[in-house]
Design a protein. Structure first.
Length: 571
């Protein structure tokens, strides 16, 4: 039996203590404690474990309401823990906790990164290849979630692989095509064993925007950055299955088309190269460019052209809450010399080239969610929860909220045309473009709010679940793709993935004013406040529906649950 002595302080603030339930979990390098409840708020507490937890890494604090009592927030300044070995550790907090809040506190002496480096000495500096898939799986147990555990257990499964193109970290690439491109010479004979009798080849996913971009120099050699093609088939069980992969754009003898009937490692490697391209385009295009950076242009133009008393400013400013600050950080954290993209196969220069190419292909309709889904031919594909939840959120924002708000302040289309401040905002975003009607204003503002809230949540929030486990998707692949079948092994696969240290550095965290919340009270009009309340009620109802659906799913889709969507890009 081991005992940990905790001391919790509130810093002497008025009303800082609480009578609500406080739950504490200690996480160490050799295990974690059971969840312990502080039945009455005290400054000292003892947690007993069957044995030592090793090096203490995290203190997890959860606040739960006490039955029949009103909510009573807690302000915690710090927690100190004395271990069974006699070491006293400080875990700074300095924040208010409301009901259902969960915070994970790291020791004040600890490093900036998630404390994975404490689990194995020198891990972040290790340039060794992983020795087994189980090693990769085991190292992230301390930060696992229900979905991340499912990912690490099922990453090899073709049906789960196909599912992720619909509901994983980047559901923005897949599209339905009526015919195969000429540079993807898949024949009916090749894939016939994987098709239903009489079926045709009509589901394709292309990643050609990467074609021709050189990789970075890695250990003195230029990395290969394929622009692969993957054919996906919706089988009779309504599961989306990969049935053919070509790793490079141009067909040739040393660029074979891989099939599910090939050796296990050949097929896994081919899928890993597809995931590498998917992850690169996700991070650079779907996430950074098409949510963070594009919304910065909307925010900057709003601040330059629209006064603070303007109703459009009041409506949107909460949705741009931290965008300039977070993007300034992102330019260093992602695009800096030691940032995430510097660790990718493309490197920083290649990533910027990729975003430049993608920007030239961006259209207004592609940012409007319903039009994007239609243009990709995905209206009827089953179990596409990103589409289902996204369309409902778009409709709530558009029909119930923005249409009512704009209609309240603009009585006619002529008032829209004559609003020089509104037109100045739009003109700066779209050169020589202006809004001609209330409906065009409603659509544009709906797109802005949806992008900075729901779309960003759908792209950002799955990152930890789906990208922590490197075999399921990595920004960096160290080896070229196979040039022939039957020459790979599990050793080849592990040598292709990032090293131990590179894998640990790529771990992502996600951190909320929720969509529908407007705490600054920009509007005083009772009618507008009523619109906000209806907006919140509709989002709450959708949240309940999504939770009920997710309870029946093996892999729940939580990322567009309104209770998980920030109103603005804050991380």
């Amino acid at each position: 039996m081991a005992e940990y002595q905790l001391k919790v302080t509130t810093g002497g603030r008025s009303f800082a203590a609480t009578f609500d339930h406080i739950l504490i979990t200690l996480l160490g390098s050799e295990g974690q404690s059971e969840k312990s409840q502080l039945n009455h708020w005290t400054e000292t507490y003892t947690i007993k474990t069957s044995s030592s937890l090793g090096k203490l890494l995290l203190v997890k604090v959860e606040k739960r309401p006490r039955f029949l009592l009103p909510e009573n927030d807690l302000f915690c300044t710090k927690i100190t823990v004395t271990t069974p070995e006699g070491e006293t550790l400080l875990f700074p907090c300095y924040r208010w906790l409301s009901n259902h809040d969960i915070v994970e506190l790291r020791g004040g002496k600890g490093p900036v990164y998630i404390p994975i480096e404490n689990i194995r000495a020198g891990m972040l500096r290790s340039e060794e290849s992983w020795q087994s898939i189980e090693d990769i799986k085991n190292i992230f147990w301390i930060r696992s979630t229900q979905i991340s555990e499912y990912v690490s257990d099922h990453w090899k499964d073709d049906d789960f692989y196909g599912y992720q193109f619909l509901n994983g970290v980047n559901p923005c690439l897949i599209k339905r095509c009526s015919e195969l491109p000429p540079n993807f010479p898949v024949t009916e004979e090749m894939v016939k064993p994987f098709l239903e009798n009489g079926s045709t080849l009509d589901n394709e996913m292309k990643v050609n925007v990467l074609s021709g971009i050189p990789g970075k120099i890695y250990h003195g050699e230029k990395l290969q950055v394929p622009a692969p093609l993957c054919l996906l088939y919706l089988n009779p069980e309504q599961k989306l299955m990969p049935i053919a992969i070509q790793v490079h754009q141009q067909p040739s003898e040393d660029n074979p088309i891989f099939l599910p009937s090939d050796s296990e490692t050949d097929w896994l490697l081919a899928k890993i190269f597809i995931k590498n391209a998917n992850m690169i385009t996700h991070q650079a295009i779907s996430h950074l460019k098409n949510t963070h950076l594009i919304s910065e242009s909307w925010a900057m133009s709003l601040l330059r052209n629209v006064p603070v008393i303007h109703p459009i400013y009041k409506l949107l400013i909460s949705h741009f809450r931290w965008i300039l600050h977070i993007n300034a950080q992102a330019r260093e954290i992602l695009l800096g010399p030691k940032g995430s993209f510097a660790l990718s196969s493309l490197g920083v220069d290649g990533t910027i080239e990729l975003m430049t190419r993608a920007q030239s292909e961006l259209t207004y309709s592609s940012l409007c969610f319903p039009e994007d889904i239609r243009s990709r031919g995905l209206e009827s594909i089953p179990d596409f929860y990103y589409r289902d939840d996204g369309l409902k959120i778009w409709d709530i924002i558009h029909r119930l909220f923005v249409k009512a708000m704009v209609g309240h302040f603009y009585r006619s289309d002529n008032e829209v045309v004559k609003d020089s401040e509104l037109q100045g905002w739009i003109h700066e975003i779209f050169t020589r473009c202006f809004l001609e009607s209330k409906s065009s204003v409603v659509k544009f503002i709906t797109m802005v709010i949806f992008t900075v809230s729901a779309q960003h949540a759908a792209i950002n929030n799955p990152e930890f679940d789906y990208q922590t486990f490197a075999p399921n998707g990595s920004l960096l692949l160290r080896k070229p793709s196979p040039t022939a079948k039957g020459q790979s092994s599990m050793k080849t696969l592990l040598e292709t993935l990032p090293t131990v240290g590179e894998t640990c550095l790529s771990v992502l965290r996600r951190s909320q004013v929720l969509l529908g919340s407007y705490p600054e009270e920009q509007f005083q009009e009772p009618e507008v406040k009523m619109m906000m309340m209806k907006f919140q009620a509709e989002l709450s109802s959708l949240s309940a529906d999504i939770k009920a659906r997710n309870a029946k799913l093996v892999v729940p889709y939580t990322y567009l649950d309104p209770s998980q969507i920030d109103a603005s890009i804050i991380k």
